[in-house]
Design a protein around this ligand. Structure first.
Ligand code: ADP
Ligand code: MG
Length: 242
């Protein structure tokens, strides 16, 4: 569904991604992990058109996304939830969701799309007149997800959906992610919470210093000593190596 090939990208003349390659098959959850500063957010921002790549390929169902704007990429069926969520704290839940539908052709279609989203997120319907900033951390994360779903994407890009959430909310967000995936949505998820993403992903890519460091299934990753020590806090393995 999504193919990223030898992608190079960055800020100004600073090249952060130095040839990253990854694929997302239809209906799968793909995780991207790696240390801080590896270029994970830069990868998602480039796929979604916020950054223009210096080189390489990005295709969605064989159509190139290079040179397209985020609103065009959104219309092709790819949604993006940024690391901070991007909610408007002073606006209501309903108003935030309406913004997610700004690309739809009529108010009627926005209303229909919001109805469908409220079916999936009944607690957001209950809180539709509340300010987004008054929701719990978990509900805010659900709202950011729901807003991206208003445009009915086939592929969703998520930047650290578990960041700064209490553990019970992390479980809720991931239960939602898995339910969305079971209904056919493909997801490309950047995560610091390695155990969480390994528990749901079909395939995992490790980025380090703007390059691919590993890719395979979560089971394969767990069997790769070097990667396991680096990313799974395998203290036993680390002390054996010392
Ligand atoms: N707006 C920016 N301008 C310049 N450099 C940036 C900007 N955003 C991120 N970077 C740099 O790009 C590198 C990768 O950042 P990022 O993609 O956010 O990493 P990750 O998400 O893996 O932690 C870091 O060295 C960071 O300092
Ligand atoms: Mg990041």
């Amino acid at each position: 569904m999504l193919e990223v090939g030898e992608l190079r990208s960055g800020y100004g003349r600073l090249e952060i991604l130095q040839g990253v390659t990854l694929q997302v098959a239809p209906g799968t959850i793909v995780g991207v992990i790696g240390p801080n500063g590896a270029g994970k957010s830069t990868l998602l921002k480039t796929v979604f058109g916020y950054l223009s790549p210096f080189g390489g390929r990005i295709t969605l169902e064989d159509q190139s996304l290079i040179g397209l704007r985020p609103d065009q990429i959104l219309r092709l069926g790819t949604g993006f939830v940024a690391q901070a969520g991007g909610l408007f704290a002073d606006m209501t839940v309903h108003e935030n969701l309406q913004l997610g539908g700004y690309g739809l052709p009529s108010r009627h279609e926005v209303a229909r799309a919001l109805d469908a989203v409220y079916e999936q997120f009944p607690r957001l319907r209950e809180r539709r007149r509340q300010a987004a900033g008054s929701l719990s951390g978990g509900e805010q994360r659900a709202l950011a997800l729901a807003r991206a779903l208003v445009m009915r994407p086939k592929l969703l890009l998520l930047d650290e959906p578990s960041a700064a959430l209490a553990p019970q909310f992390i479980d809720e967000v991931y239960a939602t992610i898995q339910a969305l995936n079971r209904s056919g949505l493909a997801l490309l998820i950047v995560e610091q919470n390695v155990e969480m993403i390994l528990s749901v992903a079909h395939r995992v890519f490790v980025l380090d210093l703007g390059r691919n460091a590993f890719d395979g299934t979560p089971a394969e990753l767990r069997q790769t000593d070097r990667i396991r020590r680096l990313y799974l806090g395998d203290r036993q393995g680390a002390s054996r190596a010392d």
